[in-house]
Design a protein around this ligand. Structure first.
Ligand code: HDE
Length: 766
């Protein structure tokens, strides 16, 4: 893909001369490789390579997809063979001495088939084992970052860099549910023309610990307990809270974990963060601290905890399915990259934040997030194992223009990711696995090891050499190489945490203060749930004392729910807020694209309003499904057969973003006497979802004893209800009116708002 970097015969000859002339211990300077190696020419060539690598105009895929195509195998219209290509006679019966006789060892097909099966599994990731992947691309908006970074893929709007993204949960095993209360991973492999850049982030901007040496401890504590391997994918157990209460630096991340951020509605509706402070390095060497933010265009939305738990049973693949189906339907998930930039000279400009402390954010009100580009996910993988399971993210994979900082959490990660792939993927050649392969050429003297796929030519497998023309040439600093930030380092060798890392509570307080009332309620409920599962009273007690350091009201509210005495007044809460932290203050989704809406129907349903609503919501981008009491079709009031998409009992309200009850007296006679249908609307209401009620459909609302009925009664009364109107996300279409389109419009607004948490839901049994 980058012929300009491959030495021609002439260049090679020049290098031989150079190599002979130069002492062998010295790298062959790039400038001897010809005029192309002048820095400007190298940069120009690099730009061309980038554009070529990223050229995505070809139908059928961008450069990465084309590279992967060489490895794709289609079984259609082929004949069954062994791994050696020998055609197989029969794969259903093993070779035996007589039909009832013993199996014969010489049956190589039998042995090969079983052996291959026996070895299908590789070790799952020690954390983030459960994940889902997608292909896509990244494109910067403009050249605005060029002042800060030499990384072309961030600064050239003509470069569309192919990416592979993997989202994950942290705690659970590979087969665990998608919706535990957990952090989500947000990893992106950029196949840039300058080599592979891996972004390995999370959906929360801070981390549990400040020093990587504590990582095994925090992960051991949160994973299933060692004696009985219980509970799976859950933090609500003694070992986690024992660790948390004894390691107060966890407090900030833990309050994020207790918030709705731990329950994303979809991978399409969660943010991503680089967590650490990184560095951008400009072509002239200027360095700038940077924090990376990804913001989804579909809005930042979450589930509620009761719903998340039920989804774990009804559809444990909820997030994975949503990602897959959205991409299949052409509703491509999109995220905007934003950066917080801090001049190197401002490293110590923050009184209360050490940029090297990953348990702290820099509030957006202090340093704004500047949008710089977008990420689009537009293709599902062809094979889960080959791509999503084998993709190997390594934090140390950076390209020129991006560099690390001394954050001690980050520094441990620089070691861990490569190390873990050696076991997980069975040896050092994992970068040759198709999904991990660079688009920029890879040439070095690293060799051999398990699963070597390349056949290196020539005799010289060392540097410096003259036998191989001095190749590969070491391009050096002026030749587009990655150069570690030159930096003066001076210090006493000691095991000591910086005093600037000592504050563990004030940003937890900042987060708490910034929450809307309903977000605070959810956080209190989460602490009560989690600590309610903790069996040791001293751990509950200690946690309440920590919460008291964050906010007294929070501590009192949690204590009241877990049988712990109310604490004495804690330190004063300074009341500082960062509005950008609240999901309530974020821009919601711009519409209902990909939102799932269930319409409940039964025999005798009124077809006209139903069809307007279904077609209107579908046109707005929602995925609308008709649910019958049984599968097949229902007869409309006009006697026509209307196919249903699913039987109600095969799904549940928790799998939808909104529910609409259709019109029709006969249909309602059946729906109100079916407990499943009654439960369906009650549960959707309880989970604060948009609810649409067509005509006499409000009989189901009454049967579910939803307070909205009385409230709307109080406002207008059923007979005088406006022809269409919404109340706390419940949209009515009064009987015998033709405000169907107005109903659709109101419904779109109610669904796009995501949830309606002002409803009085405590008394609803669902
Ligand atoms: Fe990871 N982490 N991590 N981590 N992490 C892994 O690498 C580790 C941390 C994150 O989709 C492992 O390939 C250490 C922070 C994601 O494949 C392992 C420390 C953040 C993924 C590892 C951290 C992350 C991983 C396991 C503390 C957010 C999934 C399998 C020093 C910024 C990547 C693997 C994927 C995976 C180590 C802390 C994010 C063991 C030692 C902070 C998204 O190498």
């Amino acid at each position: 893909t980058s012929p300009s970097r491959r030495p021609s015969a002439k260049t090679a000859a020049a290098q031989v001369t150079a190599a002979k002339a130069a002492p062998f211990t010295k790298a062959v300077p790039a400038k001897k490789a010809g005029s192309r190696s002048a820095p400007a020419a190298v940069a120009e060539a690099q730009k061309r390579a980038d554009r070529a690598a990223a050229a995505s105009a070809a139908p059928g895929g961008d450069a990465k997809i084309l590279q992967l195509n060489a490895h794709r195998v289609d079984k259609l219209d082929t004949t069954l063979t062994t791994d050696q290509g020998i055609r197989v006679e029969d794969t259903d019966n093993s070779l035996r001495a007589g039909p009832r006789g013993p199996s014969l060892l010489e049956d190589f097909h039998h042995r090969e088939k079983i052996t291959r099966f026996d070895h299908e599994r590789i070790p799952e990731r020690v954390v983030h084992a459960r994940g889902s992947g997608a292909h896509g691309y990244f494109q910067p908006y403009d050249t605005s970052l060029a002042r800060y970074t030499a990384a072309n893929f961030l600064t050239d709007p003509d470069v569309r860099t192919p990416v592979f993204v993997r989202f994950s949960t942290v705690q659970g095993s590979r087969g665990s549910t998608d919706t535990p209360r957990d952090v989500r991973g947000f990893s992106i492999k950029f196949y840039t023309g300058q080599g592979v850049y891996d972004f390995v982030g999370n959906n929360m901007p801070v981390f549990f610990i400040q020093d990587g040496i504590k990582f095994p401890d925090v992960i051991h504590a949160v994973k299933p307990e060692p004696h009985n391997e219980i509970p799976q994918a859950a933090s609500a157990h003694d070992t986690f809270w024992d660790f948390v209460t004894l390691q107060p630096e966890t407090m900030h991340h833990v309050i994020w974990l207790m918030s709705d951020r731990a329950l994303p509605r979809s991978f399409r509706t969660m943010q991503g963060f680089g967590v650490h402070t990184f560095r951008l390095v400009a072509a002239d060497g200027t360095r700038t601290f940077v924090k990376f933010h990804w913001t989804p265009l579909a809005g930042v939305h979450s589930l509620v905890w009761d719903e998340a738990q039920k989804i774990s049973g009804k559809d444990p693949d909820f997030n994975r399915r949503d990602l897959w189906e959205s991409i299949e339907a052409g509703n491509y998930p999109e995220y905007e990259l934003g950066v917080q930039l801090i001049a190197e000279s401002d490293e110590f400009a923050f009184d209360d934040i050490d940029l090297l402390d990953s348990t702290k954010i820099i509030p957006e009100e202090v340093v704004p997030v500047v949008p710089v580009g977008r990420l689009v996910l537009d293709r599902n993988p062809d094979n889960f194992f080959a791509e999503t399971e084998q993709v190997a993210f390594c934090l140390q994979n950076v390209v020129p223009g991006i560099d690390f900082t001394d954050d001690p959490l980050l520094q441990s990660r620089l070691f861990s990711y490569l190390d873990t792939q050696l076991t997980r993927l069975g040896g050092p050649n994992f970068a040759q696995i198709p999904i991990n392969r660079s688009l920029a050429p890879v040439r070095n003297h690293q060799q051999d090891g398990f699963h070597q796929h390349e056949i290196p030519l020539g005799q010289a497998n060392y540097h410096p050499n003259s036998l191989g023309g001095g190749c590969p040439v070491v391009p050096g600093a002026g030749g587009g190489a990655f150069v570690h930030t030159p930096e003066h380092v001076d210090g006493i060798k000691e095991r000591k945490r910086s005093e600037t890392f000592a504050d563990h509570y004030s940003q937890a307080t900042l987060f708490w203060n910034s929450m809307a009332a309903w977000e605070k309620q959810h956080i209190i409920a989460a602490y009560r749930f989690e600590l309610g599962k903790v069996t040791r009273p001293h751990i509950r007690q200690l946690m309440v004392e920590h919460l008291n350091q964050i906010d007294h009201q929070l501590a009192v509210a949690v204590a009241a729910g877990i049988g712990v005495p109310s604490p004495a007044a804690g330190p004063p809460n300074p009341g500082r807020m960062s509005p950008a932290l609240s999901q309530a203050s974020m821009p919601g989704s711009t519409g209902v694209i990909g939102r799932k809406v269930a319409i409940l129907v039964a025999d005798g349903v009124e077809a006209a309003s139903l069809e307007t609503v279904r077609d209107g919501l579908t046109a707005a981008g929602a995925v609308v499904e008709l649910l019958g009491l049984v599968d097949g079709a229902v007869n409309t009031a006009d006697g026509a057969a209307l196919p249903v998409d699913r039987a109600m009992n095969t799904v549940a309200s928790v799998l939808y973003d909104a529910v609409v009850v259709a019109d029709g007296d006969a249909a309602l006679d059946q729906l109100v006497s079916d407990g499943y249908a009654v439960h369906f609307v009650a549960e959707a209401y309880k989970h604060a979802k948009a609810l649409g009620v067509l005509g006499v459909g409000d009989r189901l609302v009454q049967a579910a004893r939803l307070p909205v009925y009385e409230a709307s009664d109080r406002i207008a009364g059923p007979a005088s209800k406006p022809s269409a109107g919404a109340l706390d996300g419940v949209v009515f279409l009064a009987p015998d009116t033709d405000a169907d389109q107005q109903f659709v419009d109101e419904m779109v607004i109610a669904i796009a708002a995501h949830r309606h948490y002002d409803r009085p839901v405590d008394g609803i049994a669902a």
